[in-house]
Design a binder for this molecule. Structure first.
Ligand SMILES: Nc1ncnc2c1ncn2[C@@H]1O[C@H](COP(=O)(O)OP(=O)(O)OP(=O)(O)O)[C@@H](O)[C@H]1O
Length: 272
């Protein structure tokens, strides 16, 4: 277990470990706009952690800080006990963080299988020259990559469409392919950007089940952002609530539901 507090057991019997990621006093500004104002919270190993809030609350900005895409003007980010320095997003990917996007970012002309394969890039170690020659280590690596990709395709129940170009798929399935690609990287921490946005009820139920199964089967820690509060309450172990760039709540779904500031924010009660 990593440093940073006691582990705890969830109501459904899963063990949540120590702190995997810690955000300390994060402030992020865009010119005169303060998108995130002095927010601290942690993400523990094995948990499903949601960041919710009304439109413009600062959730996407926070996800981009976690993924290393935005560098906050103030505050510190710790991942696996180490303070993050100035990193490029690909270095964050190598650290074991993968993400999906709110607006699907797949290669529409490529098959499902090839799209999921692109998620293995961070695991490709042999140089292009050896790969071109299909020689020795490159061959072994390719076999290993294919096996992992097939495992994920089976797990997310997309075998039947593995040779279909992504552009031909309905929205809900595209989202599932995006999840598959992120999982192909075997992330320690998986970031989901509004995974249920634009989905119908049935697709939302499917996606919820897959998120829970991924967490359970692979032990992947999951952080997701969402503005629809109802969607994440059944799914998450703990929830951070943001409003106007500030943290107004943090706790279990029950604690957050009972928090008056959270109720006010969602009902649109005016701020002082
Ligand atoms: N690149 C940017 N440049 C300038 N301002 C930005 C930028 N990104 C976000 N903002 C501003 O920061 C604030 C927080 O935006 P953010 O997109 O993080 O919120 P959000 O909670 O994700 O909203 P939504 O649910 O609508 O996606 C908003 O006032 C927004 O206009």
């Amino acid at each position: 277990m990593l440093d940073g507090g006691e582990s705890f057991t969830t109501p459904d019997g899963r063990t949540i470990g120590g702190v995997l990621m810690e955000m300390k006093h994060i402030t992020l500004r865009f010119g005169g706009v303060t998108a995130i104002s002095d927010i601290s919270f942690d993400i523990r190993e094995g948990e499903i952690r949601a960041i919710i809030g009304p439109n413009g609350a600062g959730k996407s900005s926070m996800l981009n800080v976690i993924s290393g895409f935005y560098k906050p003007q103030e505050g510190e980010v710790f991942f696996r006990g180490e303070k993050r320095g100035p990193v490029k997003p690909y270095q964050v990917a190598r650290e074991g963080i993968a993400r999906t996007f709110q607006n699907i970012a797949l290669f529409e002309g490529m098959t499902v299988l090839d799209n999921v394969m692109t998620g293995r890039i961070t695991h490709m170690r042999t140089g292009l020259w050896r790969q071109a020659l299909w020689w020795g280590p490159a061959q072994a690596e390719e076999v290993e990559n294919r096996a992992q990709v097939e495992r994920i395709i089976d797990f997310l129940e997309i075998q039947a469409i593995r040779k279909t170009p992504v552009g031909r798929l309905p929205y809900g399935l595209k989202k599932r392919v995006e999840l598959a690609r992120a999982l192909a990287a075997e992330p320690k921490l998986l970031l989901l950007d509004e995974p249920m946005a634009g989905m119908n009820v049935e697709e939302k139920e499917d996606m919820s089940r897959f998120i829970l199964d991924v967490n359970d089967e692979f032990g992947t820690t999951i952080a997701l952002i969402e503005h629809d509060m109802g969607v994440v309450m059944d799914l998450s172990d703990r929830v951070v609530v943001m409003d106007y760039g500030k943290k107004i709540g943090d706790g279990t779904p029950d604690e957050v539901r009972a928090n008056q500031d959270v109720i006010d924010a969602y009902l649109g009660v005016a701020h002082d």
